[in-house]
Design a protein. Sequence first.
Length: 485
Amino acid sequence: MAKNETSTATVIFNGEKANATLKQLEAEARKLNAELRQLNVNSKEFGDKEKEFQRINGRVREIRGEINQTGGAFSKLADQANKYQQILQMITVGLIGFGASVVGLIKGNAKLEDSLADIRKTTKLTVDEVKKLNTELGKIDTRTSRSDLREMAVVAGQLGIAQKDILPFVDSIDKLNVALGAEIQGGASEVATQMGTLRNVLTDMKTSAVSDDMLRLGNAINVLGADGFATAPVLVDLSNRIGGVGMSLGLSSAEVMGISATLQELAVSTERGGTAMTKILMKMTYNTTDFAKVAGIPLQEFTNLVNTDLYGAFVKVVEGSKRGGEGATILGKLIRELEISGAGASEVFSKLGDNTEMLQQKVALAGKSLQGTDEITRQFNDKNTTLGATLDKLGKEFYRLITLPGVTEFLKSMVGSVVNLVAWFKALPEWIDKYRIQLIAVAGAIGVYIAAQTRSIQVAILNNLTLKEGILLKMKDAVVLEYLV
């Protein structure tokens, strides 16, 4: 029995059981279990082997527990990895979105700087004056974007609007843009260009109050459009064509707009109608003899009418165009002369001759609507208070925040720093080539220093491991001795 005990102690002392694999321990446990079945349970040998069996079996359970714990740890680690992967993906998407937002922010501020430069170019305002104007544009209660308002300011400069009138001009054009913008294609700048040009053409209604002038023009266009089939873009185009010559010959703004609205109602094209009207009016002023015969009134009376009321003389001619006799013959000759240049004179005389009452009614309506701004203001208020308008204003408020002077200056500084960094990288190869000998020397010195430090760290680690190994061996011997005792 002593031999068995010595044998067992030797096995433990050599560390075979301690260092055995799980498979070896399990085999030893099965062997001891088989031997126990052959022994008397009351014998000393049975007791000794049972203790050895319990010790080995306990070690097997301990190792299995460690394996299971390790597996659980790896499982948890995998779960954590999956969780962190999802978090990492969310962070990545967030960073990409943030980067895109920053790029958009920089581009938006760059466009702002460009538009302010455009305003300075056309209006001759100073940098500070343009910034102040931009701030005032932001205070206008409208659904129109700030960029569109700045485009209107650019057009104001192109039209020669006085600096003090630029803000009122933009304010009034904005109302026209909201009320009529759906009809006039080309955006806010096109509305500003067409309406501003029309104001310059219709000189008799032009006053020092730019904003009021624009609103009264818009009011007339809105009223004439609501009264029939006239549309803003055609009405403005025809009025500009006819008014360019007609105003200098003696027509009024109401007469120009009334004739234009009537021609559109009668489906006369803009080009043919505009060209025909200007040529008819011009010919009436220097060939009064023939046109007096068409009108059916004495030459002197017709001449006086041309000089004092060109529109009245034109109506007389149009009414006379429907009568026969000598006037019809002369009209045919006049039309042939006019048609040589491609004008649609025959179409104008034919259609207006049958609709003189409509012509008179449109002229009267234009005259009345040019005196007020009620309809265009009502139309603007209706379109500026819808849900869509509220959402547009909300977007404007956000844009106002990201284009505050502090933000703009910060972005300019940041972009400037990036430009400087790029310039530094471009110059880097040249700098490296210039100082390559010094750089090689410095790199060599750093390499030697790192190698020396690495070696000292390795020695310290080795000494530490040796010390720990000695401590473990002493602990192991103490355990074995305790067991043998």
